[in-house]
Design a protein around this ligand. Sequence first.
Ligand code: FMN
Length: 335
Amino acid sequence: MLFSPFTLKSVVFPNRIVMPAMCQYSAEEDGLALEWHYVHYGSRAVGGTGCIIVEATAVEPRGRISAQDLGLWDDRQVEPLRRLVDFCRRQGAVMGIQIAHAGRKACGPELVAPSALPAGPDQPTPRALSQGEIQDIVGQWGLAAKRAAEAGFDLLQIHGAHGYLIHEFLSPLSNARDDEYGGDLPGRMRFLLEIVEAAKAHWPEDKPLSVRLSAVDYLEGGLTVSDTVQIAAKLKEAGVDLIDVSSGGLLPAPIQARPGYQVPFAEAVRRGAVIPTIAVGLISTTELAEEILANGRADFVALGRELLRNPYWPLQAMGNQRENWPFQYRRAARN
Ligand SMILES: Cc1cc2nc3c(=O)[nH]c(=O)nc-3n(C[C@H](O)[C@H](O)[C@H](O)COP(=O)(O)O)c2cc1C
């Protein structure tokens, strides 16, 4: 099944292999894509990855994870990404981009969050956002979505995982607000749903929209799988097409990572909210990838570090299907 196509809206994914968003810390302070990004993403497109999700790309400078993050807060940032998208699409890859705001885990001097609670015992305390500031940030997500569309991306992913700003709103461990952006799950979800709405106002209707979530916080009182299924169901109602199911990152927590450790979360969301999912986390063999797909546990498998080790993993997994190799490399395909 790894090499069967999958359609979401007008986009046909040539196979089920996804490269998940992975920060490269390789831009300059202006957030523009550079040669590193062309070679790095281009290699995975040549290597047969069906869908590449470009790294966390900041919706405003204050939301960067590092000063070398890509950005989509300025119109100047569109053109270099358009070149990247054009090249990778010509190799057959579906091109996605993850737009992000790091909230209290950002790199700059001004840390903002739903509440003045730090990301761990030795971490700095952020400032709680006012409602007016929340509206401004929602607007920035919308504009970043517009610029992603202008760059020609096929898929937009909103980063709602790993303890960054959206996740900070979602989890009761980081959101202690007593206004309509806090409290019960519908309140904590409001920020994300407003971002989805703002993104949809600018993102083409015929292109898929994805959200990445951390399914669990691995901590007492934190987000649970059942919360995440409810969030995913609401996102589906709001017009989201695909949930990328990760976990953790909010606060230090014990995690027992092993091959496929997050797959049960992707499966729970897929079955519980009846929405396509991406499974991710220590997936590096075709056997595990095929098992996940064949048993309907997810619709896509994302390989992060494995694709960093080996950009040609998909070509190798294709074996002797020479016709699927880039023509430039066909003499090297096994047959
Ligand atoms: C170098 C590196 C950078 C990452 N950056 C991001 C990111 O920008 N956004 C994100 O959602 N996850 C990020 N992640 C997490 C990956 O997308 C993925 O979920 C994680 O590596 C687990 O998958 P794997 O075991 O296949 O590597 C990053 C991981 C790595 C190794």
